[in-house]
Design a protein around this ligand. Structure first.
Ligand SMILES: [Zn+2]
Length: 193
């Protein structure tokens, strides 16, 4: 429950590639969060969202609870697009890249209110398939790195080894023990560092 840590996590989210642009109009450096949808938007779009009664919070001027930041970490612009823009094409409705308020209004009405292009992404959306994965490890210190100890791999493979000659056996054993040693050394280094 350290507010400074929450702030750092929020800043990291803003630096995440998927949140570097407003989810509606693509303008750089969005500074507002639409809490109902967990997306990052620019100042102009935030004003239009308010017209729709959406809850909007300024990143620098509001206090975010750790659970709100956790929700943002699990969602963000990329996940929103995967669902709400699943069937969207530019031909059907151009993005309001000119930041014209009326166009933004039309966009929000179609995308958020009418959910005209909403669909469950085929195969589901998995965090870590897009830009989130690259930044994910640096954002959350609590997450375990996906490293399997070498003994896990060798443990299942070793009994299946059929070795004919003693020379081959020695070679296999030395190969296994040297790679296992490497793994142990790595683990020790990780523990120390
Ligand atoms: Zn915008």
């Amino acid at each position: 429950m350290r507010p400074d840590k929450t702030e750092a996590r929020l800043k990291a989210l803003l630096k995440d590639t998927q949140n570097r642009r407003c989810v509606n109009c693509d303008s750089l450096g969005p500074q507002y969060v639409v809490c109902n949808f967990n997306v990052f938007v620019c100042t102009v779009c935030s004003g239009v969202h308010r017209q729709f009664g959406h809850r909007v919070k300024g990143v620098s001027m509001s206090t975010f609870k750790p659970e709100e930041v956790a929700e943002l970490e699990a969602s963000g612009n990329e996940k929103f697009a995967a669902y709400f823009l699943s069937k969207w094409t530019t031909a059907a409705l151009p993005k309001p890249v000119d930041r014209d308020v009326h166009r933004i209004h039309t966009w929000i009405s179609a995308i958020y209110q009418d959910r005209r292009f909403y669909a469950e992404p085929t195969g589901g959306w998995a965090p870590g398939t897009g830009a989130m994965s690259a930044a994910g490890s640096s954002i959350s210190e609590g997450r375990e790195p996906a490293v399997r100890p070498m003994s896990d791999v060798l443990g299942s493979e070793t009994p299946k080894l059929k070795v004919q000659g003693s020379a081959n056996l020695e070679r296999s054993v030395s190969a296994i023990s040297s790679s296992a040693g490497c793994a142990k050394r790595r683990q020790r280094q990780q523990a120390a560092g």
